[in-house]
Design a protein around this ligand. Sequence first.
Ligand code: ADP
Length: 175
Amino acid sequence: MSTRTINGVTLALLRGNIVDVEVDAIVNAANAALAGGGGVDGAIHRAGGPSIMEECRKIGGCPTGSAVATGAGKLKARYVYHAVGPIYRQNPADPRLLAGAYQACLDLAEQHKIKSIAFPSLSTGAYGYPLDLAAPIALKTVIEHIEKPTSLQQVMFVLFGSSAYEAFERALQQL
Ligand code: ADP
C-alpha cells in the first residue's frame, strides 16, 4: 500500500479486490449498456446481489466517459458508481473519455457529499487501455480534483494484480 496526502485528502494505492473495501462509494468499470460483464463488473454484481442490476436496468445505459449511481446492495458501501471508460482501440490517442469517466465519479461524490471512494483501474482490462497510459490519466484527474475543496477525505485505487499496482506506483512517483 502506498499513500499520499493532498490538501488533507488521503490518496491510497492498494492491491486487492474492490468488493472487499469499506468506502462510501465503490466505482464499477461498467459498459455503456450497464449490462454487466466480466472483470470488476462481474465481481461487483456477484458480491452486491441482484438489486444493483435491477437499478441498472431501470437507468438503461450510460454514455462512454460518464458515470451513473446506484445503491450498493450487499456491498459495504452506500453507492456503486458505474463508470464507462473508453474501449482503447476505438479511441487510442484521446485521454478525455477516460478522464471523463473518473471525473463523473468525483462529481457524483460531491453531489452525494461522501467522504470515501474506491476506484478500480478503468478501461485497462477487457477495454484494452494500456496501464502505463491509463494510470497517469487516472491519478492526474483525481489529484487535480482533490486539490480543490471537496467532501472527500479518502480516495483509493484498488488494483487487482501486481502489474496494475506497479503501473500506478510508477505514475504516482512521476507526477
Ligand atoms: P474494462 O472493461 O473497463 O477494461 P475490466 O473489469 O475488464 O474493465 O478491467 C478493469 C481493471 O479492473 C483491470 O485492471 C482488472 O484487472 C481489474 N479488476 C478485475 N476484477 C477486479 C476486482 N475485483 N477489483 C478490482 N479490480 C479488478
